[in-house]
Design a protein around this ligand. Structure first.
Ligand code: ADP
Length: 256
């Protein structure tokens, strides 16, 4: 609590009136703390792939100087590329949060093929372990929407499926045409989400406290995804069973 005031006195110096303001800065402090924490986590999230790119470049430098065959160095180029993709996605997320706050998330719509867009999105995701993505849907289906932003939603959802279902194999992406909309689902067979946490998932910075396991992340992916879907006039949600996995879904108007 911060207080400021002025005491008015009469000619005998007796206080007659006091004028003041009392400001409750508890909320202000909480927001400041949240901002500080966010900057520290975001810097760390950027530093990890940056270190990896730097290491790959140093190795590449050595290999090239020692005359190693081009096919032997491609692994390190792939590694650097995938770390750069991760950084690009992160910076794009941060920019989108600023745009959302400023009410400046503009859509740039065009007609595109859904199957192609889904395939392109998967190129940006680094699969780990045993993961495989299975894509189901009408290969001819086209919609009018902001392709780049819809790709971003898919990258968020598939990245999450990889991250939060580390021990399962399949990730299923399915798109279905309905009367005036398309429904896209991303299903994983991971740990699922406790029922009482589901209403908060799409809030900014929200992350479920997983018992003991530390997952990287900023709690922005679903928030941004929800904003993009909403701007298109669609809906987003999740069906999840703890221990069985989650199916995130969103709908988009087919457009004209
Ligand atoms: P981040 O993954 O960076 O924390 P998101 O906004 O993408 O942020 O997700 C918010 C939270 O929702 C995550 O922290 C995680 O707890 C939960 N979550 C998202 N996707 C899944 C999933 N497929 N399985 C289990 N939990 C998930």
């Amino acid at each position: 609590i911060r207080a400021q005031g002025k005491i008015y006195r009469d000619k005998d110096e007796k206080p007659v009136r006091m004028l003041g303001t009392i400001l409750d800065i508890t909320e202000f402090k909480r927001l400041q703390q949240q901002k500080d924490d966010f900057i520290s986590v975001a810097s760390h999230e950027l530093k990890t792939p940056m270190t990896s790119v730097k290491a790959s470049i140093q190795i590449l430098d050595k290999l090239i100087k020692s005359g190693t065959q081009p096919d032997k160095i491609s692994t390190f180029i792939d590694k650097a590329n995938s770390s750069l993709n991760k950084m690009q996605h992160l910076v794009e997320s941060l920019l989108n949060v600023s745009r959302i706050s400023a009410g400046q998330l503009e859509l740039s719509k065009s007609r595109f093929n859904v199957a192609e867009m889904v395939n392109e999105s998967c190129d940006y995701v680094r699969l780990a372990g045993d993961h495989q993505v299975i894509i189901k849907g009408d290969k001819e289906l086209e919609i009018v929407a902001d392709k780049q932003k819809i790709e971003q939603i898919l990258v968020n959802l598939v990245n999450n499926a990889v991250k939060y279902a580390p021990n399962s194999k399949d990730i299923i992406i399915e798109f279905t045409k309905r009367k005036t909309t398309v429904k896209i689902t991303v299903q994983d067979f991971g740990e699922g989400i406790p029922y009482d946490k589901i209403p908060h998932l799409f809030e900014r910075y929200y992350r479920v406290d997983s018992s003991g396991v530390q997952y990287s992340g900023l709690g922005l992916g679903l928030y941004i995804s929800a904003e993009i879907v909403e701007r298109h006039g669609g809906k987003i949600g999740v069906n999840s069973d703890t221990g069985r996995g989650s199916t995130f879904w969103f709908t988009l108007p087919l457009g004209d």
